[in-house]
Design a protein around this ligand. Structure first.
Ligand code: SF4
Length: 343
């Protein structure tokens, strides 16, 4: 099996937080750098800044470029290497919308209305009605993936329905249209279930989210991390320092599980249960582990921030690379569909 192409993306929402880091960025960097025994790449990774997808839930675009650069700086600081993985904005590759339009003819609205992820979004965001674009966002996602002929899609269990829609669209296109030379234009991308490590927010109620104000940003320095950590919800049954606690009911312990050295984790758990460890000290320790993890990212972030033209160029170069792939795919699509023939 040769190198497989993966397309992953995020909406440009500005500076990223620890939830983005453990939930996606860390595995993106691993996929980017993964080599086979003979030293060849397992994956060819491409990273999409999904700015059109932002519009499904907000029409505000005033900060979109600033947010794009902020997010890209976090990607780069976390280890995304633009020499290995092109980074590009969806809105700058016009073929995304062209393929989206063609794909929209291959799927029924009732199929999209049955999308369980959409139903959850409508419920979580208290939406009274949906725009046509929001209903169709799995179709845009299919265009995003298939424009670059993504062969695998790393997803959490909850996103499998989206990949299924992409596979259905690829199948339907290939059944209807055949390219005279290459035959089937699109691969049917396979989902690979990634065990994303989701972090609960500081409030302990939901996942980390900027809109809920329960995050630690990747750009937060040690003082900010400690200040925020002091607000983290702990086991409510542990009121005094020496009360025995229940780490499994504590937000801070869930962070320790991700950031503390494994041998320390056992001591923290035992200390909490025995009542020899108090929450104030435990939070200080946790903040220190997180800051230790973030230190190299913050240093790199500072460097990129002081060379913002370099970051802008990385984006332009990524977009130039993406355009070549996108143009080729659309040429194949038009040929297979016999669009634009003159005789
Ligand atoms: S000691 Fe640590 S793990 Fe135990 S409840 Fe307090 S903060 Fe949570």
């Amino acid at each position: 099996m040769g190198t497989l192409r993966i397309l992953s993306g995020m909406r440009p929402t500005g500076q990223l937080h620890l939830g983005h880091y453990t939930g996606a960025l860390e595995s993106w960097v691993q996929q980017q750098n993964l080599l086979t025994e003979d030293g060849s790449k397992v994956y060819e990774t491409c990273f999409l800044i999904a700015d059109y997808h932002n519009l499904t839930t907000s029409l505000e675009t005033g900060e979109i470029y600033r947010n794009t650069l902020d997010m890209l700086i976090d990607w780069l600081a976390a280890g995304i290497d633009p020499e290995k993985s092109p980074v590009f904005r969806q809105s700058q590759i016009k073929e995304h919308t062209e393929l989206f339009l063609l794909f929209a003819m291959l799927i029924t609205s009732s199929r999209l209305e049955r999308n369980p992820t959409l139903k959850e979004q409508v419920r979580d965001l208290n939406m009274e009605s949906l725009t046509y674009g929001h209903l169709g966002y799995p179709v845009l996602q299919a265009a995003d993936i298939l424009l670059y002929k993504g062969e695998v899609v790393p997803v959490g269990e909850d996103q499998i329905p989206h990949v299924e829609i992409t596979r259905e669209i690829a199948r339907k296109f290939n059944n209807h249209y055949t390219h005279p030379v290459i035959g089937e234009v699109f691969p049917e991308p396979a989902p690979i279930i990634t065990k994303f490590s989701r972090l609960v927010g500081l409030d302990g109620k939901a996942k980390m989210s900027k809109s809920l104000g329960n995050t630690i940003l990747l750009a937060d320095g040690p003082e900010d991390v400690l200040r925020k950590m002091r607000t983290a919800v702990t086991d409510t049954a542990k009121i005094r320092k020496n009360d025995p606690g229940h780490p499994e009911a504590c937000t801070v312990f869930s962070y320790h599980g991700k950031f503390a050295p494994p041998d320390q984790l056992l001591c923290i758990e035992a200390g909490c249960r025995e009542g020899s460890l108090g929450c104030v000290d435990c939070k200080k320790m946790c903040a220190a582990y997180i800051s230790q993890e973030l230190e190299p990212l913050i240093e790199k972030r500072r460097d990129y921030e002081s060379h913002i033209d370099l970051v802008k160029n990385i984006l332009l170069e990524g977009e130039a690379k993406a355009k070549v792939i996108a143009r080729n795919t659309m040429q194949e699509v038009r040929t297979a569909m016999r669009l634009g023939e003159t005789t």
